[in-house]
Design a protein around this ligand. Structure first.
Ligand SMILES: *[C@@H]1O[C@H](CO)[C@@H](O)[C@H](O)[C@H]1NC(C)=O
Ligand SMILES: [Zn+2]
Length: 363
């Protein structure tokens, strides 16, 4: 309790700096899931094969092939209550069965079905303020000589070190955070480090944006699911920050007309990129040079001079955090660029980056 109070004081004092209302009024969430393992790309997930009985319920080695359970999914039936239908179609309750985005929604329970505590955010007003368009895909920044580095899919076990690195270079970045993907548990489960990392991002001057609740392909789910993907991440971020972002990036950069209409109604700027570091393809000491080359080439002869960059990377990859980013920050400085948030490079005042939830818990 005292600890929580100290945290509260700490955060409240830091909040003043950025005019943030007090966080954590919605308390904490207790859920079990394993720590982050890997990217959320479907082809990187452990495949479940023929059923055997050699799995521990608590198994968290995502790379070990889990083989357990009754069949589920297309051509089979739904799993019994509280069991998840794995990507390969087996019912079970391990992280490999339940982790989203690959767990089969609708054929059992999934991490995607988890719900943040507190009031839903649906009723909150969503005025479309500021100069930046809503519901349109934005690929480039506005201000010359700005470099907006963005990190998707976190927070993750490496994110703390990334924040240290950004501090060291006095660089600002934008984090497109997911709420519950890859078996990392909910970001607003304060028994895990994610919530305090997101708070730290905020008081360090970085921008926090949404990458949806469980990293589903927004063009492959129902309209209701699409709304839930946005709204549940809002409630979780509200539990952490007291508000939620107006900036989002759709998982896999996929958002069709129907999706764009929905996110526009929900009051979001849709952020793409004009510089793909391809870090997720090059996550090894042997390959990461390729990503460095991409960035180097872009910054060496930008045309026109000072052309702003909106770059994408992922803080869930070791080489991104422990190798590539420092290279990028050096090159950005050498090239006379500034590492800034997406909001700043688009000349959108900070007040427009979030919507605050001022309702009392019991309203
Ligand atoms: C960092 O990247 C370079 C290639 O650019 C590679 O030679 C080096 O081994 C990497 N360092 C680490 C610690 O992985
Ligand atoms: Zn992603």
């Amino acid at each position: 309790m005292i600890f929580v109070y100290i945290l509260f004081l700490l955060y409240a004092s830091v909040s003043l700096q950025y005019h943030v209302p007090v966080a954590n009024q919605y308390g904490q969430n207790l859920l079990s899931a394993r720590d982050n393992e890997q990217d959320s790309r479907p082809n990187r997930i452990a495949v479940l094969e023929e059923p055997t009985n050699d799995i521990h319920p608590d198994q968290h080695d995502g790379l070990r092939k889990a083989r357990l359970g009754e069949r589920c999914g297309q051509g089979h039936k739904k799993c019994k209550a509280h069991l998840c239908c794995s990507p390969a179609g087996y019912c079970g309750m391990t992280a490999a069965h339940c982790k989203s985005p690959d767990c089969q929604i609708g054929w059992g329970t999934c991490d995607a079905d988890k719900v943040p505590q507190g009031l839903p955010t649906k009723e909150i007003q969503r005025p479309q303020n500021g100069p930046v368009p809503y519901g349109e895909v934005i690929v480039t920044c506005k201000t010359s000589y700005t470099f907006a580095m963005t990190f998707d899919d976190g927070p993750n076990e490496f994110t703390r070190d990334l924040l240290d690195l950004l501090d060291k270079y006095k660089a600002k970045a934008t984090f497109f955070v997911t709420g519950v993907n890859s078996g990392k548990g909910q970001i607003d489960d304060f028994s895990r480090p994610w919530g305090s990392l997101i708070q730290r991002m905020h008081y360090s001057g970085h921008q926090i944006a949404s990458h949806t609740w469980s990293h589903q392909d927004l063009t492959a789910v129902s309209r209701e699911q699409r709304h839930q993907q946005i709204l549940k991440n809002e409630a979780a971020l509200r539990n952490i920050l007291g508000g939620f972002p107006t900036y989002m990036r759709p998982p896999y950069s996929k958002c069709d007309h129907a999706c764009l209409r929905d996110v526009e109604q929900l009051g979001y700027h849709v952020i793409s990129f004009n510089l793909d570091t391809a870090d997720y393809l090059n996550d090894s000491p042997e390959k990461i040079q390729r990503s460095k080359d991409i960035v180097n080439k872009a910054l060496s002869k930008p045309s026109p001079a000072g052309r702003p960059f909106l770059a994408i990377g992922h803080d869930i990859h070791a080489q991104t955090v422990y190798n590539l980013t420092e290279y990028i920050l050096r090159r950005v400085n050498e090239a006379g660029y500034r590492a800034v948030t997406v909001g700043e490079c688009l000349e959108d005042p900070r007040d427009n980056w979030y919507r605050w939830d001022y309702r009392k818990k019991s309203d």
